[in-house]
Structures are given as C-alpha cells and as structure tokens.
Write a protein that binds this ligand. Structure first.
Ligand code: ZN
Length: 125
C-alpha cells in the first residue's frame, strides 16, 4: 500500500505563494503589499501557527495591520474575529479564498506534526 504524503497533497492544491503573484497581496484582506514608499502597507510574513505555539514553518503574506490583528491567535480563531469579518466585507479579489486559508492551516499543522515526529513516513516510498 502506498503511503500518501499529506504535505505533497496539500502543496499541490495550494501551490507556492511565495514564488507567485500572491506574495504581493495580503492573504487576509487583499491589500497590495508593495508599491510606492509610504502609500501601501509593507509586506510581512504571517506565521499561520503563531510562533508562540512553536509554529515556525509556514508563513503567508500579510499586511502589517492584519498581522498585528492576528498576533498570537491561531488561524481558525482569527477567522472568527470581528477584525477579520470587517476586512473580508471589502470583497477584494486579491485576498485568498477561505478554502485556501484552511488548506494552509492544514499544511502548517502537518508540518508541525512532522517537526515533532522522529518517524515521519518517507514520501519517496
Ligand atoms: Zn491585510
């Protein structure tokens, strides 16, 4: 029986956002992250699992206000905040679909599990 590698499966769905155009917009609110100095928010790397929870691995592009609003909240909790509801009310096409945010949360959880395991299944098998 072949062992499915969950990281490979999720990565195939989400792609590499730090290598494509998604890195230029906030995943949460869709604001542009680069541009003329002072006119647009600066890009930050938001830790999907807060660093305070030992979440070191998976980051997504976020504007400073969203990153600061999320702070040490986990992604599922952040999705339920009034702040998130207010920025999502703006309907920007450059923000990530909720489906993709949940897939990235799953990816971060699996990466975290792998970092805590000495016996992770070998994906090349
Ligand atoms: Zn934002």
């Amino acid at each position: 029986m072949s062992q499915a590698n969950p990281i490979a499966l999720i990565s195939r769905k989400t792609g590499n956002w730090w290598a494509d155009d998604r890195r230029h917009w906030c995943a949460y609110c869709g604001d542009k992250l680069e541009g003329k100095a002072g006119s647009t928010p600066k890009a930050t790397r938001d830790h999907v699992l807060p660093r305070a929870h030992l979440g070191r691995h998976v980051t997504i592009p976020a504007c400073r206000p969203c990153n600061q609003a999320k702070a040490n909240t986990s992604l599922p909790d952040f999705l339920l905040t009034p702040y998130f509801a207010s920025v999502r009310a703006r309907e920007r096409s450059t923000r990530w679909p909720l489906r993709d945010l949940w897939l990235v949360m799953a990816l971060a959880a699996v990466e975290q599990a792998r970092s805590l395991s000495d016996t992770w299944p070998d994906s090349s098998a």
